[in-house]
Ligand binder design. Structure first.
Ligand code: SF4
Ligand code: SF4
Length: 286
């Protein structure tokens, strides 16, 4: 494991078990131990007053190319994986997306193999989803906002009223820090992203959730009823949890999802552990 607990020093207080952001520390009988879900962040070493947690012999895999290939091979993915990395300005060599565009259509391009990362800002994004994705909202007037309502509010549309639309947005946690934008590209081309997302079928989703639950007993929860960007990004980043969603009509259309596909998003720090755990569950026998 990347980190290990010295049982001679451990006072069995359970503090690290509660605090580990990756849910990588588990209780076995009276002992606490670190599992494959450990991402090497080192947060637990600062927390443990007994100095009982130290580095193990292995390191968590952090190479995006290795992890991307492993995910594709183990899950038999036939699509590309989208990676998102939040930043205040584009990294060297990353073009700024000028828009107007949608986050979901950019993701759709990546899923279909357009690998080059682009830097999306709120100003380039047509929809308001960016406000709940941590990069702020495009400036618009009351009149401009009202003009867009007929597209998605009313009978036969997405929401029955403006009040319902506003309520849908209140379900999600709030980003305290606003970033300048987000780099969106294929996993192989975005080093150390914050999160990844890709379409899965039921079998692939079951493989992933079994790998997540294997040591932790945690479940991957789903969100639907609003746009895919909101259903996934705030939960994955702020709660540090994998999430799945079927998305909404607009996102499914713009991402060009097949009927049988749902989306799953995963914090990057969990990918190494999930990849390792996939070889330890019942699916490895197939
Ligand atoms: S915080 Fe330290 S002493 Fe407490 S359970 Fe974890 S390793 Fe043991
Ligand atoms: S993920 Fe971080 S906090 Fe959790 S066990 Fe590993 S090093 Fe410690």
């Amino acid at each position: 494991m990347p980190f290990m607990i010295n049982q001679e020093l451990c006072a069995k207080c359970g503090g690290c078990f509660v605090k580990c952001p990756n849910r990588a520390i588990v209780q076995r009988g009276e002992r606490y131990r670190v599992t494959e879900m450990c991402c090497d962040c080192g947060a637990c070493t600062d927390f443990c007053s007994m100095r009982a947690i130290g580095k193990g012999k292995q390191r968590a895999v952090s190479d995006n190319r290795i992890l991307g290939k492993a995910l594709k091979d183990k899950l038999h993915l036939d699509r590309h994986i989208v990676a998102m990395r939040f930043a205040d300005k584009p990294l060297k060599g990353v073009q700024v997306e000028e828009g107007p565009t949608f986050w979901c259509s950019m993701c759709g391009d990546v899923l279909e193999g357009n690998a080059d990362p682009l830097f999306l800002t709120a100003d380039a994004c047509i929809c308001g989803g960016t406000a709940l994705m941590g990069i702020g909202a495009r400036k618009s007037t009351k009149e401009q906002r009202a003009e867009s309502f007929p597209v998605f509010i009313g009978e036969g549309k997405v929401y029955s009223s403006e009040e319902v639309l506003n309520k849908a947005g209140r379900h999600f946690p709030f980003f305290n820090k606003k970033y300048g934008g987000v780099i969106i590209g294929s996993f192989e081309h975005v080093d150390r992203p914050d999160m990844i997302l890709f379409p899965v079928n039921g079998h692939q989703m079951c493989m992933l959730s079994t790998a997540y639950a294997f040591d932790t007993g945690e479940m991957i929860m789903g969100n639907s009823g609003t746009a895919a960007c909101l259903a996934m990004t705030p939960i994955t980043l702020l709660n540090n949890k994998p999430v799945f969603t079927c998305g909404d009509h607009g996102a499914r259309t713009n991402m060009r999802l097949k009927d049988e596909e749902i989306l799953v998003s995963i914090p990057f720090r969990m990918v190494s552990g999930l990849v390792k755990n996939m070889d330890r569950t019942i699916f490895a026998q197939e």
